[in-house]
Design a protein around this ligand. Structure first.
Ligand code: ARG
Length: 580
């Protein structure tokens, strides 16, 4: 609805340009706000105020001209000029009814496909395999997956890339430790990579011979020694299977096929250096090979280097990322490269994007975006730690989520079987962790707090899951299929209109999540929708209303609410429950 109105206004601006009322080079941003007070209509715009000055007209006169230039349409029921030159629009109820009916019938709940379908290469999760996944890996996986699902939903092709760190000096240490263990001990120790890493590190710090062996092994690994490679592969496989377990539990859609590890780029790294050299971009600095980009300076005004090769010949994180950009553009045929990585890597990505274009690894119009995120904090306001002060393994965190959810369910009286309770606890626990993350603006840090995330009040997973089961129960109680209600939408009560207006906003919200990679827009919307439904349900009896037509319309409003909640939660990677 908003989009349609925007198009109408854009057409009116074009018409005014043709009439030489407005300078033709002007490209005003068309903004449509939703007034809180509905007596000001459904949408308001300041467009006339923006155009008045360049047109040399009084804003109210320009507003008149805009309205006169609007194409004929059945969308706008009423348009008023207000104050200095704002225009308020009321949308016709016919349109609202049509859109409701369309969303009710449509498999995509009324969400339009993107104007242009793109190939999006999305780098997310991408943990370092030397250690087990921990709390710090939560955000990339959860936010990345929600955005990926949203992009696919509006018709983009997504190529997932799990750019796992499986290379580098730490692996020498791990391999040296593996060598010391017999098969049985190895299996046991590798079942917990966190303690395995710690034990190897301890050996490394304590024993110079061990440390030497570790360094030797890095050299043989990089030199392609077969035995060494096999041992390394064994470690990588185990570590990846730990990751896969976490993805499966979290409902993150990554699979083994999406793994494109850092090591996969090894063979291309020498070429990256060659190509940078051929472009005259390389500078030797204290033995290391660097590129200095004028775009990035320190506070003394000196250019910052991107180091691409160490003095010993080794390559770096940045070298691999340059190779990856090239691969994603040329082999994967990406139109848009997206990275969900901690915002502390912001400078790294800005440098990579700039350098990739400068070096011709990426075409000038390739769209590349780093979508950063803040840190998960403890209640003490410091990065979240486990009780013993160490990092919290994700697997343990998810165990605790399920356990707490189960205790919560058991504390309430219910007629669920133990088995049902366990299933519900698992869904509630995991979705609470995910939703707590998704519902915050990803650019900020957030405080990880079990009590708020598991609360049945507020913008939380339990609240929304419960709201969904409540809407759904109307249908099971009545023995009616939610998608097969006969009759039309009728909007009389104020609460019906409010709910309807909220329902048809789903399209716009989904698109804003896809455009800005901000899933919290969707969370805020679903929360608002659940609230609008509650107010409607309180004010408007459904099953015991005596008019069959009103009953049918209200059932359809409930059905569309359930459908929208289910689809919205699915885009966030959260499954709904039939009962709780
Ligand atoms: N493994 C890296 C880390 O844990 C993240 C990789 C992100 N992706 C990338 N293409 N650099 O910090």
């Amino acid at each position: 609805m908003k989009e349609q109105l925007e198009v109408l206004l854009a057409d009116a601006v074009t018409a005014l340009k043709q009439q030489n009322v407005v300078p033709s080079e002007l490209e005003p941003r068309i903004q449509l706000d939703r007034p809180r007070d509905k007596s000001h209509g459904d949408f308001a715009t300041n467009l006339a105020l923006l155009l008045a000055k360049p047109a040399g007209m009084n804003p109210r006169a320009l507003a008149e001209a805009l309205l006169a230039a609007l194409p004929a349409n059945s969308l706008i029921a009423k348009a008023d000029i207000a104050g200095p030159g704002f225009i308020n629009f009321s949308i016709s109820q016919d349109q609202l009814l049509q859109q409701l009916e369309h969303a009710y019938q449509d498999a995509h709940v009324g969400v339009q496909p993107a104007e242009q379908s793109k190939r999006c290469v999305v780098d997310y999760s991408s943990p370092n395999l030397a250690k087990e996944m921990h709390v710090g890996h939560l955000r990339s996986a959860i936010i990345g997956d929600a955005v990926v699902r949203t992009l696919e939903f509006i018709g983009h092709t997504v190529i997932r890339q799990n750019h796992v760190g499986d290379w580098g000096t730490q692996f020498g240490m791990l391999l040296a430790y593996m060598e010391e263990l017999d098969d049985n001990a190895m299996e046991l120790e590798l079942s917990n990579l966190e303690t395995f890493y710690k034990a190897a590190k301890k050996r490394f710090d304590e024993s110079p011979e061990f440390a030497n062996r570790a360094r030797e092994l890095v050299v043989s690994l990089q030199g392609g020694d077969a035995k060494c490679r096999a041992l390394w592969q064994q470690f990588i496989d185990i570590s990846l299977s730990h990751c896969q377990e976490v993805y499966d539990r979290l409902g993150v859609s990554l699979t083994r096929d999406d793994v494109m590890a850092e090591s996969a780029y090894n063979d291309d790294l020498a070429q990256v250096i060659e190509d940078l050299k051929a472009q005259n971009l390389l500078v030797e600095d204290q033995g290391a090979m660097c590129v200095f980009l004028d775009e990035f300076k320190n506070k003394d005004g000196e250019s910052l280097p991107v180091i691409v090769q160490k003095s010993g010949g080794g390559y770096l994180y940045a070298t691999t990322d340059l190779a990856a950009v090239r691969y994603r553009q040329n082999e994967l045929k990406g139109d848009h490269l997206i990275y969900f990585v901690d915002q502390r890597q912001g400078l790294h990505f800005q440098q990579i994007f700039t350098l990739a274009k400068k070096a011709g690894f990426a075409r000038q119009n390739l769209q590349m975006d780093h979508y950063g995120f803040g840190t998960v904090m403890g209640k003490d306001g410091r990065p979240y730690k486990s009780r013993d002060g160490g990092v919290t393994k994700l697997a343990d965190l998810l165990d605790e989520a399920e356990k707490r959810a189960l205790e919560l369910l058991q504390s309430k009286k219910s007629d669920l079987t133990a088995e049902e309770q366990a299933h519900i606890a698992s869904v509630v626990g995991i979705s609470s962790v995910k939703y707590a993350d998704l519902s915050k603006n990803r650019n900020s840090d957030y405080i990880f707090d079990w009590d708020t995330m598991l609360s049945f009040e507020g913008n939380t997973a339990p609240y929304l899951l419960y709201a969904f089961t409540r809407v759904n129960s109307i249908f099971s109680k009545a023995g009616i299929e939610a998608n097969a209600v006969q009759g039309d939408f009728i909007l009389n009560d104020e609460k019906e209109v409010e709910l309807a207006n909220t329902l048809i906003r789903f399209n716009e919200v989904v698109h804003s999540v896809a455009d800005k990679a901000l899933p919290h827009f969707l969370c805020a919307y679903l929360f608002e929708l659940a609230g609008a439904f509650s107010s409607f349900y309180e004010a408007c009896p459904i099953l015991n209303h005596d008019d069959a037509a009103v009953r049918a319309s209200r059932l359809k409003l409930a059905a569309l609410t359930a459908k929208t909640l289910r689809q919205g939660l699915a885009l966030l990677g959260i499954q709904t429950l039939e009962k709780m």
